[in-house]
Design a protein around this ligand. Sequence first.
Ligand code: ZN
Length: 276
Amino acid sequence: MEKLIITAAITGSRISRSQTPYIPITPEEIAQSAYECWEAGASVVHIHVRDPETEIGTQDAELIRRVVEPLREKTDLVLCLTTSGVPGLNFSLEKRMIPLQFKPELASFDAGTILLGGRPFINTPEFLEGAAKAMKEAGVKPELEIFDHGMITTCIRMRDQSQLEDPLHFQFVLGTPWGAPATPRTLVHMVDTIPGDATWSIIGIGRSHLPMSMFALAMGGHIRVGMEDNLYYKRGELVKRNSQFVERIVRIAEEYGREVATPSETREILSLPERT
Ligand code: ZN
């Protein structure tokens, strides 16, 4: 079976210190947490930055730089920068594409409109077209975030119209209160729908974090963990460091007999150019 890519989603855009004292907020905290995840075996980190004053997500280039630069210096991580902005605040296309300035190897691509955090997170066909074009021009591979089945249809149509390029890489986000449920059936159905040469990874939100990871492990998909998606290490126990989640997946994968991919192997699996 293909080696396992572990992605760590460090902070997201909305979780506050009142929900957990352990959420990384400043660029230094975010970079440090990402570094620890790399040491633990993650090969990709998914990065949002926060306004240290308000704690809310921002697309501020200077804050992004303060995370990206040290990680590039000290690690060989594959960087996946968010283009979501803050779901529900619905920033302009231009603002959402600011992270592309840093030429990450991956950027999130929210493949449709959905309720998220109880508000409409708007990704119109015009936005998707603009985002796909901007990513293509910047040489950044879209990580196709799929919250609902129709978003796969959207991506395949965009591929057929040459707006997205094969091989596609999907990130299934299952178990949000407004999207596709985190069940084995949903996952199998989604995997059956994507093109044969596509790669895929899973995000199980909240309590489905670990169960969904286990399905991906067994089915040959890849796994994303992190405080953006789940705050609890186990029932009633807040996770203190993102790397705890990575360490757990590494231990289970080892016991299961599936090797964990290095960043260099991850680039090969995702058809990304070798790092120069
Ligand atoms: Zn994100």
